[in-house]
Design a protein around this ligand. Structure first.
Ligand SMILES: [Zn+2]
Length: 397
């Protein structure tokens, strides 16, 4: 994660806050327009139409006109992306933003000259209508920066995060197919049998978070103490988020380096299966989904992992229909709903195969992908031939 502590002067901070306000205003307007939309009605305005409305609004409101059009248009673009993520099944529906919560704005088309280093520990970034704002140069800047996001956390600290699209990683010459399944107990299971754990808070940190949450519940509303507790909670949560993002970067790089084809379940379909409660396809899955305590974070992490894989291994990520992957035996191919002994273990009553349930699912995902690749005339992938033909059902069109 290339996030840096931004150090605006008080005068700059005032303008940054205005930018945040404008971005929030435009975002909330878009949320409102989409909230009124129902299936069957005329479609909610798209990005182009919203840009036209923004121009109109800027004509009417001097305070909006005084702000940066780059910031305001980008808020619309971010919203369009958020809706696409929502329909893609990786994120929740974008919601209303409140003052003081997750404030921020994005600047795109950052040119090479718009970021510069002043000294060993000090850099500067050019922000529209603000000028050069200093930040702490705490790590190397990623290459090919195209946009940056300026945020203000609940603690009132400013950060700037530079986004660069990662370079594709060449496929290994010998790489086979790997299936990746998202699990509950572990963050991801590979068809190789590896279980990957995304980092969480350490026990001592978890205990501290619990203490802080209790303290927050007792603190008087609007009190100074309550503010301090909130800041401490926000810091702990940010630490956890940073660790998970770090993990996503490392894991996606590792998978792209080691395997020729990376198979994941198609989230769009997975969510359809899950939302249709009680379908015979995957009752186990919806149970699994509820099991996660912070499944929102995990789901977002998963979406990020898949997105990163597609950037680092372009054309090498195969999305598989997840139907049956958790109930099918990866050794003999039989679908057995009772084979799943518990969340964690799978035991086939037909052939006796037993193993980690998530690894079993990952193996099914890999099989389906191997099949998809060779059907397209891809390289032979050394897939065992004694699989049953019904596996075709798993394939995506
Ligand atoms: Zn079996």
């Amino acid at each position: 994660m290339s996030r840096y502590r931004l150090q605006p002067s008080p005068a700059q901070e005032a303008v940054l806050l205005e930018h945040c306000g404008h971005a929030r205003f435009v975002w909330n307007l878009a949320v409102e327009q989409h909230a009124h939309w129902r299936p069957g009605r005329k479609s909610a305005p798209g990005f182009a139409e919203q840009c036209r409305q923004l121009t109109q609004a800027r004509g009417e409101f001097a305070w909006l006109r005084a702000g940066s059009i780059i910031v305001q248009q980008q808020a619309l673009k971010d919203f369009a992306q958020a809706m696409a993520n929502f329909f893609g099944g990786t994120h929740r529906r974008p919601t209303w933003r409140r003052r003081g919560q997750g404030e921020g704005f994005r600047i795109v088309a950052v040119k090479a000259g718009d970021v510069r280093r002043l000294s060993r520990h000090v850099g500067e970034v050019k922000v529209p209508k603000v000028g050069w704002v200093r930040f702490r140069w705490s790590r190397a800047l990623p290459e090919g920066v195209k946009s940056c996001r300026v945020t203000r956390d609940a603690a009132g600290r400013w950060h700037v995060a530079f986004a660069a699209i990662p370079e594709p990683i060449p496929a290994p010459g010998t790489g086979g197919v790997v299936g990746v399944d998202r699990g509950v107990a572990v963050s991801a299971a590979l068809s190789t049998g590896e279980l990957l754990h995304a980092p969480a808070l350490r026990d001592a940190e978890k205990a501290r978070l619990l203490r802080l949450l209790r303290r927050l519940a007792r603190a008087e509303r609007g009190s100074h103490r309550r503010g301090r507790v909130k800041v401490a909670i926000a810091r702990l949560k940010a630490r956890e988020r940073d660790r998970r993002r770090d993990w996503v970067e490392k894991t996606s790089t590792d998978l792209a380096r080691r395997f020729g084809v990376i198979a994941v379940e198609d989230l769009k379909i997975a969510n359809m299966v899950r939302s249709a409660k009680g379908t015979i396809d995957a009752p186990g899955r919806s149970v699994r989904q509820k099991a996660g305590l912070n499944r929102g974070i995990l789901a977002a992490g998963w979406g990020r992992l898949v997105a990163r894989l597609e950037q680092k291994a372009p054309g090498r990520v195969v999305k598989i229909n997840p139907a049956y992957t958790s109930q099918r035996c990866s050794a003999c191919g039989i679908v057995d709903r009772q084979a799943r002994e518990s969340q964690a273990s799978f035991r086939c009553r037909s052939c006796g195969y037993a193993g980690n349930a998530d690894v079993n699912a990952a193996r099914n995902i890999a099989h389906a992908a191997g099949h998809a690749v060779s059907a397209r005339g891809g390289p032979p992938l050394g897939e065992p031939t004694n699989r049953e033909p019904q596996r075709d059902l798993l394939l995506m069109g």
